[in-house]
Design a protein around this ligand. Sequence first.
Ligand code: ZN
Length: 280
Amino acid sequence: MRIANLSGRLVLLIDGRAVDVEKASDGRFPADPQAVYEQWEEFRSWAGAADLPAGAPFEPAELGSPAPAPRQTLAIGLNYRDHAAESGFAAPEGLPPVFTKFVTSITGPVTEVRLPAGGHTDWEVELVAVIGRRAEGVREADAWSHVAGLAVGQDISERVAQLAGPAPQFSVGKSYPGFAPIGPWLVTPDEFDDPDDLELRCAVNGEEVQKGRTRDLIVSVPALIARLSAVLPLLPGDVIFTGTPAGVGLGRDPQRFLAAGDELVSGVEGIGELRQTFVA
Ligand code: ZN
């Protein structure tokens, strides 16, 4: 099943066309895409059995994030060995670094992003997981049942702010407006042959800069949910940015950062693509 946020309203995607959930369910489910995760199991049952009307065509630019206002966003650093190495760090032994991307940085999949003045703005394609059922002390073997679905995420990062000061400012350097595009829609885990092995890729102006597979995550999606939910409850609609593979601009020689006019396209196998253009 695929759901999306079409101009602020929850839709089901059927054969690439959008069915408005609030109208099709006669108000049983709300129009607010963020609210559906509170009734996720009930919604899935209804969507699987409902006699749905024909959907309407739409443009990707009309989409918002499928989780536009999570109560918690947890983002994971250094979760691929090749990216930890290019960043000059040893691969983490325990839980990798955890930070947040503040909620005002979240956008839909097709956007224009303003480059912070004087910054070094970088790309990080990531698999994003959205929680569909409260997770507290969850075992790794049970963790996928707490995931509503997967989306593509870009953990856009301004490295000057991120790396300034006595300790890194991950959450600040990665939370400028528009720095957390998510989408283009949410795909439920059952749609994938193996949700633990998906290809991620990212290109700048058509040149591929990142290509990896989620099977190379140091801490997999279910292991992240187990380890994070051992510390804090994960709530319905929470977002997890799971980490980026090698190929970021910071790790290149010479280093390379985004400039005005650049177009960044980020994709995950079986989901779709994000498209960001950058302006000064
Ligand atoms: Zn990241």
